[in-house]
Design a protein around this ligand. Structure first.
Ligand SMILES: *Cc1c(COP(=O)(O)O)cnc(C)c1O
Length: 423
């Protein structure tokens, strides 16, 4: 692919300006890689760990050792990671149904949770499908304050009110990443502060974190600062671009045990589950994850710089340190949003010849345009973009398996937008 002088020059300036930020990202990647390799050494990972099992999957040593490694790396007491968790939503469903019982209260303290959780909680969709609400689980939500922090006054009020009612809040829920919302992503330090606040008032309350898109962007995960449970998807950061599918849950021994009874069945827990040849991909994925996440972070910083210089509003700005891999570019015009996604698609390793178009999608009120030229279907640790066709025509994107290919994707998108703007 050939790039214009203008785009080449911006990319050169971007990389000069980003050097100190890239150094910091490399340092985090080194730290997390070192932590992962220590865990591999400690647990004596050997080639036999990649052996496959079928049927019940009893005594699958590779699976059990990976669970133990995952717990260590996440700074948790226990964890499970499974290829047969189909996505992040299912992992979150397993965790929530594992902890919540009839009449319990789940309180989300970072505002509205991810779209796909609305039907799981029962604040959207039809009654009777088996949502948490159908089982009598109550739900409340506290929005972040105007400056993007936790609203501790309101959180304290709810915690004390339920304690006085003799039934402590069962789950305080925090979504770390802004996802596709217009809010700040929460840092691990901020989440740690919230955990201390919650436990200070209501020590029995479980703090559960939707960790999607956040893994390995910082040195610690929320479990290392006291969260009872973190949950994520393997086709995002912690699968390192190597896992074919899957999800994980890490946390305190009891919280993970309860979730394990939802993963399989009460009684069976983590004793069963054949790995049918997927174990090696998951080990390899964890091994790669800090590096791959670093590649995605660098790609996001580069894009922020390039599109800012081209005159677009971006979030976060190019020089802001990140706690997730999502970048947005506000294009303001439908044709520019389309050009952005088409440019990303053209700069992808798979399906580069396809032209994405806006389309009506189930569950979405506006048409959506999506670009994903990925090896693993829908993997968002790979360079991918999408945007709803409505004001202000914001392109959300994330990923980049390698910085080099991510850079090519971003330059391709920038080139496509320059051409569209000239028309
Ligand atoms: C991706 C994501 C999820 C889960 O989505 P799936 O598509 O089901 O994997 C949940 N929460 C956040 C913040 C996410 O980014």
């Amino acid at each position: 692919m050939e790039f214009s002088q203008k785009i080449n020059d911006i990319a050169t300036r971007a990389e000069q300006a980003l050097e100190p930020l890239f150094r910091r990202i490399d340092e985090i990647s080194f730290y997390n890689t070192n932590k992962i390799m220590d865990a591999f050494r400690e647990h004596r990972v050997a080639a036999t760990n990649f052996d496959t099992t079928s049927g019940y999957g009893y005594d699958d040593r590779g699976r059990d050792v990976l669970d133990a490694i995952w717990a260590d790396v996440m700074g948790a007491e226990a964890a499970f990671v499974r290829h047969n968790i189909v996505n992040g939503t299912q992992a979150l469903t397993i965790g929530l149904f594992g902890l919540l019982r009839p009449n319990d209260l789940m309180c989300s303290i970072a505002g509205k949770p991810y779209d796909t959780l609305e039907e799981v909680i029962g604040i959207a969709g039809e009654a009777g499908n088996g949502s948490l609400a159908d089982f009598g689980v109550r739900y409340e939500q506290i929005d972040l304050t105007d400056d993007g922090g936790f609203d501790f006054d309101k959180i304290g009020t709810v915690l004390r009110r339920e304690l006085e009612g003799g039934r402590p809040v069962k789950v305080i829920f925090i979504q770390r990443s802004k996802g596709y919302l217009n809010r700040k992503t929460l840092s691990v330090a901020e989440i740690g502060e919230a955990v201390r606040f919650v436990k200070g008032i209501s020590p029995e309350t479980y703090v559960v974190v939707d960790n999607c898109y956040g893994e390995f962007t910082e040195k610690d995960e929320p479990t290392a600062v006291g969260a009872d449970m973190i949950i994520g998807s393997l086709i995002k950061n912690p699968g390192g671009g190597m896992a074919e599918t899957g999800g994980y849950i890490a946390g305190t021994a009891r919280a993970v045990e309860l979730a394990s009874y939802r993963l399989t069945s009460v009684g069976c827990g983590l004793e069963v589950g054949a790995t049918i040849g997927q174990t090696k991909n998951m080990y390899k994925g964890l091994f790669y994850a800090p590096h791959t996440t670093a590649q995605a972070l660098k790609t996001a910083h580069l894009a922020a710089y390039v599109f800012e210089e081209l005159g677009y509003e971006v979030e976060p700005r190019w020089n802001v340190e990140r706690s997730d891999i999502i970048q947005s570019v506000i294009t303001r015009k439908p044709e520019l949003l389309c050009a952005f996604c088409q440019g990303i698609q053209k700069g992808s390793p798979v399906d580069s010849f396809v032209t994405p178009m806006p389309w009506a999608m189930p569950g979405y009120t506006n048409e959506v345009i999506m670009a994903a030229g990925t090896f693993v279907q829908g993997a968002s640790i790979e360079l991918s973009a999408d945007g709803p066709m409505r004001e202000p025509y914001t392109a959300f994107f994330q990923g980049g398996l390698t910085y080099e290919s991510g850079k090519i994707g971003i330059m391709s998108a920038a080139e496509a937008m320059l051409q569209a703007a000239e028309k």
